[in-house]
Design a binder for this molecule. Structure first.
Ligand code: GDP
Ligand code: GDP
Length: 455
């Protein structure tokens, strides 16, 4: 009676296509204050830390280009998370997990002068589960007198601790030699957004909005029960689901189940799960519950999707609970509070009954096609020429900034650069963006427009 079915869980890797070369990725993890930043600066040679985007990696994770003995690699670090005192061990480990997920090897930094703490142990547990090569750094070994502190870290079970002083550079050469021994020639994980293979979808939304229910509807009840066991014993797995005759990959679905009933730090986990899922997804389905008022948390999640540069579909869920009063209010909310995402395709849904779940694939297609879309330079400049002729930039101090030329520099999501003879007013930039969306049907994708002012 419906066209959804579940594929066997182990096959998705075989379906993913080969990727272009990506330099091997080294994650730097450890609790706060052990000297990670100092070590990173030491490795990248104290140059001004060049912050580069690894393809597809969301903004709160910082990556640096590094080189040792003629080998290029990428250093990845997570940051920007507010860690509160309660449950800090788990939180540090969970945060580190995001960096480890995209890495080929891990630099695990411990403060040798303090020894292994409970927080370090939580990171150890996570690293064991991941099974990736770990190079253990016994940091703050500034001189021979503290070598013994380093040796004590053998007990962590990651083999030889490398005694290092990140501050003074002592031991870092030997450490980097050891790193090169562990790194593969090419990254197997560095680009979480390879092209090809099933399209990758994240189900997002605040707790209780109906994410699990929707996943159950799409994937079938049985599968979820099986995975509940799997999620606790091995890595979070994605789920392959067949919808509309095609295979889709729903990312981080184990994370979805694992975190959902966590009472303590619920907001933190919700936000971390959103970030983790966005790392891997091409498109996000953000669920909003129509029986409740739109919340700040809903807005934060929408912003996370936009900041991550992923395609967006809105799903107004619990439609079966909508009464007349709420309906009127909802219309106002959509007009006002959701105006900034009016470009996203939306569906009305009941995850509980399955009503309209078949509308999802069409919305996903619209958003992903726009996300992938490339406009030729010729077409773009014809569009810009007509637009500017019909609606010139307002005069400013007797001068008129002009757009000389535009080009789309990338897709997934679309990014444009406009070369101009002066700064364009924000209002005019929004106008261009709106027209660009309409003209080229950029529904469901954030678009980025940068200006290059010719001096
Ligand atoms: P992070 O929070 O792990 O990134 O730690 P930081 O790199 O910010 O370092 C925390 C503190 O430890 C700073 O005051 C550093 O100067 C100090 N530190 C880092 N590495 C060393 C080291 O090798 N020896 C000593 N004595 N201090 C260090
Ligand atoms: P999650 O925390 O986002 O995964 O939300 P759940 O899927 O666990 O759903 C939370 C609660 O909302 C459960 O009691 C669901 O049965 C209920 N629920 C989810 N979707 C719908 C819906 O479309 N209609 C109604 N009436 N209830 C729903």
């Amino acid at each position: 009676e419906d066209d959804s079915a579940v594929l066997s869980g182990e096959d998705w890797e075989a379906l993913a296509e080969e990727d272009d070369f990506v330099a091997p990725v080294l994650a730097v993890v450890g609790r706060p204050n052990v000297g990670k930043s100092t070590l990173v600066n030491r490795i990248i040679g104290r140059r001004e830390a060049v912050v580069e985007d690894v393809p597809g990696v969301t903004r709160d994770r910082v990556s640096y280009e590094a080189e040792w003995s003629g080998v290029d690699f990428t250093l990845v670090d997570t940051g920007g998370w507010e860690v509160d005192a309660k449950g800090i061990d788990r939180m540090v480990a969970d945060q580190a997990e995001r960096a480890v997920d995209v890495a080929d090897a891990v630099l695990f930094v411990v403060d040798a002068t303090v020894g292994a703490t409970a927080t370090d142990e939580a990171v150890v547990k996570m690293l064991r589960r991941k099974g990736k090569p770990v190079i253990l750094v016994a940091n703050k070994v500034d001189g021979p007198s503290t070598e013994a502190d380093a040796a004590a870290l053998w007990s962590l079970g990651f083999g030889q601790p490398w005694p290092v002083s990140s501050l003074h550079g002592r031991g870092t050469g030997d450490l980097l030699d050891a790193v090169l021994d562990e790194l593969p020639e090419e990254s197997a994980y560095g680009d979480p957004l390879p092209e090809g293979g099933p399209r990758r979808v994240a189900l997002l939304g605040r707790p209780n909005v109906g994410k699990s229910s929707l996943l159950n509807q799409l994937a079938g009840e049985e599968r979820v029960v099986v995975n509940e066991v799997a999620g606790t014993t091995r890595d979070p797995v994605d789920e392959l689901v067949e919808l509309g005759g095609r295979t889709w990959r729903f990312v981080d679905t184990a994370g979805l189940r694992r975190r959902q009933h966590m009472a303590q730090g619920a907001d933190y986990y919700a936000s971390l799960r959103t970030a983790t899922a966005l790392d891997k997804a091409e498109v996000a389905v953000v669920l909003l519950a129509v029986d409740e008022v739109l919340s700040e948390q809903d807005q934060r999640i929408l912003q996370q999707v936009i900041d991550a540069g992923r395609a967006l579909v809105l799903a107004f869920n619990k439609w079966d609970l909508l009464d007349e009063d709420r309906r009127r209010y909802l219309e106002r909310e959509i007009d006002q509070d959701l105006k900034h995402v009016e470009w996203a395709p939306s569906i009305n849904l009941s995850a509980k009954t399955g009503w309209h779940k078949d509308k999802l694939t069409n919305a996903l297609d619209i958003a992903l096609e726009a996300w992938d879309r490339r406009i030729s330079t010729g077409k773009l400049n014809a569009f810009l020429g007509e637009l500017v002729a019909a609606h010139p930039h307002p005069l400013r101090g007797g001068k008129q900034p002009r757009i000389l030329f535009g080009t789309q520099v990338s897709a997934r999501p679309p990014k444009f650069v406009l070369f101009t003879t002066g700064f364009l007013d924000p209002g005019y930039r929004r106008f261009i963006q709106r027209r660009l969306r309409e003209t080229f049907d950029f529904r469901g994708t954030p678009i980025d427009i940068q200006m290059r002012v010719r001096e």
